[in-house]
Design a protein around this ligand. Sequence first.
Ligand SMILES: Cc1cc2nc3c(=O)[nH]c(=O)nc-3n(C[C@H](O)[C@H](O)[C@H](O)COP(=O)(O)OP(=O)(O)OC[C@H]3O[C@@H](n4cnc5c(N)ncnc54)[C@H](O)[C@@H]3O)c2cc1C
Length: 482
Amino acid sequence: MLNDFQGDMLWSEIEEVVGQKNVSTLAADRLVYSTDWSWIPQMWLDRGIQPPAADFVVHPGSAQEISAILKIANSYRIPVVPWGGGSGTQGGAIPTYGGILLDLKRLNDIIEINEDSLYVTAQAGVNGSQLEWALNEKNLTLPHYPASANCATLGGYLAPRGSGTISTKYGKAEDLVMSMEVVLPDSTIIRTPPVPSHAAGPDFMRLFLGSEGTLGVITEVTMQIERLPEVRLLRAMLFKDITTGLEAGRRMMVQRLNPLVIRMYDPSSTGSLVKEVLGYELQGAYMIIGFDGWEEIALAQEKRALAICKELGAQDLGREAGERWWNHRYDFYYPPWGLHLPYLYGTVETISVFDKIEQLYHAKKEALEKTFEDWDLSYIGHFSHWFPWGASLYDRFIVKDPPQDPHEALKLHNRIWAVAVRTSLKNGGMLNEHHGIGLKLSRFMRAQYGPAWQLLETIKHAIDPHGIMNPGKVGFGRGPGD
Ligand SMILES: Cc1cc2nc3c(=O)[nH]c(=O)nc-3n(C[C@H](O)[C@H](O)[C@H](O)COP(=O)(O)OP(=O)(O)OC[C@H]3O[C@@H](n4cnc5c(N)ncnc54)[C@H](O)[C@@H]3O)c2cc1C
């Protein structure tokens, strides 16, 4: 905790680095940067409680300025929290212990678009949609399509290891990274090797993927890009249940049909969300399949996928239904369809191998609906990111009438998450697939990793001995010195 004198001295030091207009202690700025997209701080604000706020909101303009800020933070032993777009759902960007909030949006230059080797180099604070529009002008694309592209940054794609709509073919954001510039907690600016595949020792670049600002600040990134495809073929299928749908998806993946997307809604979401957003009244498991690239190849892949679906008794709803989903694919997450207050809700997404994923779904549904029966909890899910070995389960709980008292509401929220997470871990699932850990899942990291957790703690202490970087997140420490 700083006294007024220390606060003024610190202000002067920060101002010297970034200039007066790029540092703020205004209550309004501190309030705005006290909540990301996660339920906890939004609920606090909704109930009239000020969430923890940063002491200083700082807008650096370069890696060198960030390095200088980290030097200052180390000498004062105060926390530093990187902030991309603030669209994270796990509370990763919330300044839980005050300190300096580093808003990275001024780092928004697109430095190079290379059309021969197909890569783009950009600063980490560039907005996802603005980067995409610049690529589209050259008939190119960054094939990471998260529903949050309008409000997220390139660094924010990577720091929590995000997945986009077409990850099944092109990989997660982390699979597209070629190299990065990172400012380490001790203020050293480093660059990872220029290519992602080599045999020059351990791949330390991957340390920063999933570190969510706890191991440094990503300032510049080179990502692989693609030419826009000749065709994109979308189609909707209806399975009688998730068992047959999961088997169809598994066959498409293990037979390497290279689908762009497979998204299967469970019967509950088919009967609710799909009906509300797309207007279809259906019973069963609604599945979207998609293929892209050269027309003759995409058509051949689609033909084989359709044969698999038919073998498993699916009804082909046709291309128009697939296109409709594609055109409305982000609507599911925004008003009026996205989950919102006053509900108590959470996306408890996870991932597992094919032989466990269905059991995992049923176990979570049963555990959550039974344990929180008195709260009339409802559980819905879809299977969205597929691999040759398994798939992710994007599942959610919703309590429409939670306690009004904010402390009671928070305790219920945390109890529901604990049941969801422990059921996932017990049934072969992970803490999550793409939203990251943040504040919300921090307390479960030891349960996830067991004795291996010590390895990550050792690395954290070695590179951030004063614990200044984003304390309380990703399972690491509660504040400087912890
Ligand atoms: C409507 C909606 C839809 C969404 N859909 C998707 C989706 O389809 N796929 C998906 O993966 N996620 C999705 N998300 C979650 C979220 O948007 C993503 O995780 C997004 O990539 C976060 O980016 P951001 O720039 O907003 O990061 P922030 O929320 O600002 O930060 C997230 C975490 O990363 C850290 N961080 C941010 N930038 C840096 C940096 N440069 N260096 C080091 N650490 C950094 C922060 O400290 C924080 O811990 C969605 C969110 C919303 C609100």
